[in-house]
Design a protein around this ligand. Structure first.
Ligand code: BES
Ligand code: MN
Ligand code: ZN
Length: 490
């Protein structure tokens, strides 16, 4: 997809050469500063109830007078006319794209119907919305039809906004590449997207962009003493992989940002097996790993001045003769022992060793990303990822990044009191607490392995994929993480 910006005065929108023109209308008045024929058509449609200045409303005009395009769609965004929030802009664009899907338009021009400021965030949101509307998974379904014929998108903006808009389009395209990689990996079924496949994806990124990628196998992981990660992997015939990728954008002595992604390529629950209904969705249990690879992809494109280390522990969680059993006690790389009370709480068991491994990089900050708990889905639903950290400044950075990226997260508590739940009579800790506050106790478990650096945890169980008719990976939180990393680079 080709994205460009074009400077265009509000009264000249109709003369833009394109196949389809999508004009977003901010505010609740008809004062859109449009050329006369368009203003008249809009007024007439509004008078007859075919249109209203209310978020979500659309008006489709075929071969409209005074417009070069074959078709024009007006999309009302609501809000205040003077300012247009990027989120409202994105929602209106997404609505309009839905209507244009089957039009066959190849070149789409998008603009504001009126003298409204557009910034980098709007441009970024446009790129995200277009990719979202046109993405089709083909990995194991080559027959899937294209979502639309679209191949070129122009964002029409005022001269004063051109610089910011161009920057936003550029950043948006890098993020979209990352989101695409994450979705492609996560949508791929468990028999295709194995730990070995994830490692190959990382190695391909390394080869294409010249960054260093190490892949450790079982032997190397044994040598490191990752008893907890090994315990989860031992139930599967599929070989484990421990993936470490290095992006070097600053001097070697600059402390890196470290991202750790949960890479369970299929989670049956193990001996504490999950119910059959919707178990197929546990192929998405490597969504954290996918988002780390996607963020690396975006970073390799944008080349910020910082060092980044990406760590992905990856294996399957299977039942079987060699699998861990409830009550088994294992020794983590940190030396702390863990009583595995529930083999389905496997994410924290692979992450804890990866978090200990992260210490060797003397990180400026470590963020782990994991489809960790069903409890987080109960707490926050599917809009906000769960954010856990004891570090207020770091929480603010991640919240700011999530707002800027339109990829929201919400801070959850992490008070000492919750640690009690992890007490065990047979090991330093159990791997689960009671049902209540399950997302928090999972984070408390990880916290025990992160005492030597600044750390935050993102529980993306509710946001990494969608269920139902639109079942599939969302590619989240690649936008959040990319913004966070870019902001860390200053
Ligand atoms: N991968 C799951 C978490 C999950 C569940 C993500 C549902 C998305 C939807 C994780 O490994 C898991 O099974 N967690 C258990 C923990 C429990 C045993 C304490 C859960 O949430 O049920
Ligand atoms: Mn599980
Ligand atoms: Zn899991």
């Amino acid at each position: 997809m080709d994205f460009r910006h074009h400077i265009c005065a509000p009264d000249m929108l109709g003369s833009t050469p394109c196949d389809a023109l999508l004009l977003v209308i901010a505010g609740d008045q008809g004062d859109t500063a449009l050329a006369a024929p368009l203003a008249a058509a809009l007024k007439d449609a509004t008078a007859h109830g075919d249109f209203a200045f209310k978020a979500g409303r659309l008006l489709y005009l075929h071969r409209p007078q005074g417009v070069k395009a074959q078709r024009i769609v007006f999309a009302a965004a609501g809000g205040k006319a003077a300012t247009m929030a990027a989120k409202e802009f994105r929602n209106a664009v997404a609505k309009g794209l839905g209507l244009l899907k089957e039009s066959g338009a190849k070149h789409l021009a998008v603009g504001m119907a009126g003298d409204v400021e557009l910034g980098a965030a709007h441009a970024e949101a446009l790129v995200a919305a277009v990719h979202d509307a046109t993405y089709v998974y083909r990995g194991t379904k080559p027959s899937a039809p294209a979502a639309s014929a679209l191949s070129k998108v122009s964002l029409l903006c005022r001269k004063a906004d051109a610089k910011a808009v161009a920057e936003g389009l550029n950043r948006g395209q890098a993020i979209a590449q990352g989101v695409l990689l994450a979705r492609e990996c996560a949508n791929r079924p468990g028999n295709h997207c194995t730990p070995t496949y994830l490692a190959e994806q990382a190695q391909k990124l390394g080869k294409d962009h010249g960054c260093k990628v190490e892949v450790l196998d079982r032997k190397a992981v044994e040598k490191l003493g990752m008893g907890s990660f090994l315990a989860v992997a031992q139930g599967s015939h599929e070989p484990l992989r421990f993936i470490v990728a290095h992006y070097e954008g600053a001097a070697t002595n600059v402390a890196p940002v470290v991202l750790v992604g949960k890479g369970i390529t299929f989670d049956t629950g193990g001996i504490s097996i999950k119910p059959a209904a919707e178990m197929d969705e546990m192929k998405f249990d490597m969504g954290g790993a996918a988002s780390v690879l996607g963020t690396l992809r975006a970073v390799l494109e944008l080349k910020p001045k910082l060092n980044l280390v990406c760590i992905i522990p990856s294996c399957e969680n299977m039942p079987g003769g060699a699998a861990i059993k409830p009550g088994d006690v294992v020794t983590s790389m940190s030396g702390q022992t863990i009583e595995i009370l529930n083999t389905d709480a496997e994410g924290r068991l692979i992450l804890c060793d990866a978090l200990t491994y992260a210490e060797r990089f003397k990180p400026a900050v470590v963020v782990d990303i994991a489809t960790l708990t069903g409890a987080c889905v109960v707490a926050l639903g599917h809009h906000h990822s769960g954010l856990f950290t004891a570090d207020d400044a770091l929480a603010d950075q991640l919240l700011a990044a999530s707002r800027a990226a339109l990829d929201p997260c919400w801070r959850m508590p992490l008070d000492e009191e919750y640690d009690e739940a992890l007490k065990s009579n047979f090991a330093d800790m159990g791997n689960v607490g009671p049902r209540a506050g399950g997302a928090i106790t999972a984070a408390m478990f990880l916290r025990r392995f992160t005492k030597n650096y600044a750390w935050a945890h993102l529980d993306i169980a509710g946001t990494a994929w969608k269920s139902g008719a639109a079942k599939g990976s969302t590619g989240r939180p690649v936008p959040l993480l990319t913004h966070f990393v870019l902001a860390r680079a200053g």
